[in-house]
Each structure stands twice: as C-alpha cells, then as structure tokens.
Design a protein around this ligand. Sequence first.
Ligand SMILES: *Cc1c(COP(=O)(O)O)cnc(C)c1O
Length: 363
Amino acid sequence: MSTTYNFCAGPAMLPQDVMKKAQSELLDWNGLGTSVMEISHRSKEFVELTARAESDLRELMSIPANYHVLFMHGGGRGQFSAVVNNFLGENGQALYLTSGSWSKSSVEEARKLTCDAQIDNLDIVENTNGISQVVIPQLNEIDKDYRYLHYCPNETVDGIEIFDEIDSPWPIIADMSSNIMSREIDVSKYGLIYAGAQKNIGPSGLSIVIVRDDMLNLPCLPQSSIMDYRLAVKHDSMYNTPPTFAWYLAAEVFAWLKSKGGVDRMANTNRQKAALLYDFIDSSDFYTCKVHQANRSLMNVTFYLANEELNSEFLKLATETNLVALKGHRSVGGMRASIYNAMPIEGVEALVEFMKEFAANNR
Ligand SMILES: *Cc1c(COP(=O)(O)O)cnc(C)c1O
C-alpha cells in the first residue's frame, strides 16, 4: 500500500506516530488492562494524564501563569456562544472583525444570543482585482467600551491568515481552531484563545480554551453549566464527564510535538511546506491563488485551476494518486490543501509533483 496523504480541512490527519501508539495501547492503557476510554476521569491515572497534557501545552505555547487552560466540549462553534455568554453580561458590547467564513459565523451566533446593538462588526478584507487582503483599521480611534474584540487569525475555508498582531484597546479573543501551535504566538497579547481540536490537536468535539484570569471577572449571561468558564476552572475541566479519549489523544499529540522540537521547529517546517506549494502555484499559469502574499495561510492553501472545467478530473486523479480531500469548501469552490502540523513535507512534495504532471497533461 502506498502512503495516502490526507489534505482534509477537518477532521484532519493526525500524526502517524500518535495513531500507531494509540492503536498499540487501545486495549491496555498504562498497564491497567483496559482502554483509557473505559476508566474514570477521576482516576489517579487519568488525572495524571490531564496534568501532563496541561503542562505540555503550557510549555509548547509558553502560556503565562495567569492563564487557565481548559479542555471543554463543543468544538470551535461551541466557543462562539461560550464567549458571548461568559463575557457580555447584560448590555455588554463586543467588536467582531470578519475576514472570512468562520468569523462571519461567529458574528451570527453572537447576534443570535444578544440584541443586535451589542455586536459591532468590521469587515477587514479588501478585494482588489480578485485578490483578498486583510487591512486592519486603527482600532484605537474607536471610542467605545467593548468587553472584547473577537477575530479569527486563520480562516480555514478561505485560506486567509492574519500574521500581524492586532493592536487593540480591548481584550482580544482569537479563534485559533485551525492555526493553534502552527507557529509561535505571544499568548500574553490575548484575553482568550480557543480552538476546536480537529485541525491541529486531536479528534473533533474537544476544544481548548486558554483564558487570562481577569477575564473571568466580567459579568456573564445565564448559561449552561458545561460552557461556563468559571465552573470549568473550579472543577479542573471536569464539571461533567469530559471527552476523555479525545483528551488522551490531544495529550499524545502534545508529547509528539515536543519530541519534534516544539512549535518553533514545527513553524519552520510549516513555512517550508507552504512556500513549496505557493511558489509552485505562482510559477504556473495553470493554477492561481486568490489570497494576497501577506495573508496566505500556512495551514490551508486555497487555489483554483485556470480552467475550472477540469476540477472533477483533477480531484479524481488526485484521489487515485492517494492525494485525498483536496476539494475546496463548497462556499468558495476550487481546491484546498490543508497542511497542518501532522502533514509531512513529503505529502506536499507529492502534491506539487502531481499538480505539475496534471498541468503538463492538460494543456
Ligand atoms: C473548524 C473551525 C470551526 C468550527 O469547529 P467545530 O468543531 O466544527 O465547531 C470554527 N472556527 C474555525 C477557524 C475552524 O477552522
């Protein structure tokens, strides 16, 4: 069997080493004679696992001591409502920057839970000659008392990434579902970071929340207990039964990342991987990328065939070559290669080879 490279945007591929380890200890974890998913989340062994997961994540992301790390339910979207319910209280206002599909969804959810007047929205993408670029306005000139500013630094669907730090007078909440731990960031610049796990961390359903302790003093709306950050902090993310198997796999991914030299090293590889693909696309008139150089995602590379009638042939042949899940999101069309941490550089090389050959054969 030749290697299959899976470019799915999410749930995405996980590191082979981690999958093999999980397979080898599926029936007998830690010498307990049972699977990790069949034991109490309050058992000594599981609690040790959670402590290791947290300390590894703190080390990988250099998370300062005044931040809590939470393992919660509900994936990325679960946090769209959680941030509103936890921080807006009655009549609190928030500013949302939109740069693509996911940040637009987060605004919709926020407006659904509040009165419209509470949520302001600034679209920060400019489109010139079909090329999208992020332009962030001077936020310090806005005279409003927002509880937080929400944005999405990596738009998974559109392939738009915001690399510049945002200069904000209000605490920043970032949806890092698809770029957490893909490159170095300064956690201390954020009030809260969240991420659904299924792109760069582990199985879907789990979400990671990194929240500065003073954020928890903001007034909250009535909300369900399992999405309440204060309760999650108080109960070490075990107010109810957490998604234990997902937590275990996340812990294994963190350990794998550390063994690979951490986020800095991973970031270097990620930049190499992305450059390989973007440079090839730019060098070819057969393929185009519609994202400005400054905002090209390191994780989700979106591109189009000049002749879109060849799309289904491209996807069919790619799949036959064991390069799978390259179809762009239905809302934007085209192609998308998601190249998260778990994608080895060989996968990207194989994709570029395939794209070259496909172009040569279809001129
Ligand atoms: C995938 C994704 C989400 C949604 O995650 P779910 O777990 O499906 O709710 C939200 N934001 C971003 C940036 C994503 O990539």
